[in-house]
Ligand binder design. Structure first.
Ligand code: 5GP
Ligand code: MG
Length: 182
């Protein structure tokens, strides 16, 4: 697995230190509010687990399966699972924070935002991503909270996969071109 990595972008201690800061910021902003985190599967599971344990507030969380990538390419189409309807129904009176691993074209966050803003009831709707790429947006959306801004390269590790591999790398790195099959 390690031999397929071209370059490490973010090491584990840097990721953890930044998550600590994000958790502090979120805890401050949502103090005395009923916060529900909606994590987008599968990519955000490691981020979710590390962030949530550092938010010093009572917080609910739920997960939503969304997919738009095939291999290393975005299909441009965002697919939702049934949970989206259940979460929307249960959103009344809650502050929703959508959590994703990475913001690239922006179409995933835009579609998820639209899915929940269609539903009456949620008190607020914000977004949080660990990574955001610069200069790649085709859908005009930005995250309210983000960990790191990165270059436009295909990255894996810490939850991010290529064909369902590399998620368990503890760091975030750029995959070698030779490891990407056409
Ligand atoms: P967007 O809809 O903003 O283009 O992309 C969001 C989703 O695409 C992310 O949740 C993630 O699953 C996938 N994605 C975007 N860029 C990358 C990347 O560099 N590496 C991996 N592994 N997934 C990515
Ligand atoms: Mg994803």
């Amino acid at each position: 697995m390690l031999e397929d990595i071209d370059r490490i972008l973010l090491r584990e201690p840097d990721i953890q230190a930044r998550i600590e800061e994000l958790a502090f910021q979120i805890a401050r902003d949502y103090h005395a509010k009923d916060l529900t985190i909606v994590a987008l599967l599968n990519g955000s599971v490691f981020f979710l687990a590390d962030l949530l344990r550092r938010i010093a507030l009572p917080v609910h969380f739920t997960c939503l399966r969304v997919s738009s990538y095939e291999g290393d390419q975005s299909t441009g189409e965002v697919r939702f699972a049934q949970e989206a309807t259940d979460i929307a129904i249960n959103a009344a009176g809650r502050h929703l924070l959508i959590l994703d691993d990475i913001l690239d074209t922006g179409c995933t966050l835009q579609a998820v935002r639209a899915r929940f803003s269609d539903q009456p009831g949620a008190l607020s709707l914000k977004t949080c991503v660990l990574l955001k790429k610069s200069g790649t947006r085709t859908c005009p959306v930005e995250a309210d909270y983000w960990g790191f801004e990165i270059e436009n390269a295909f990255v894996v590790g810490y939850g991010l996969d290529y064909r369902d591999r590399y998620r368990n790398l503890p760091f975030i790195g750029i995959l070698k071109q030779s490891a990407i099959s056409s």
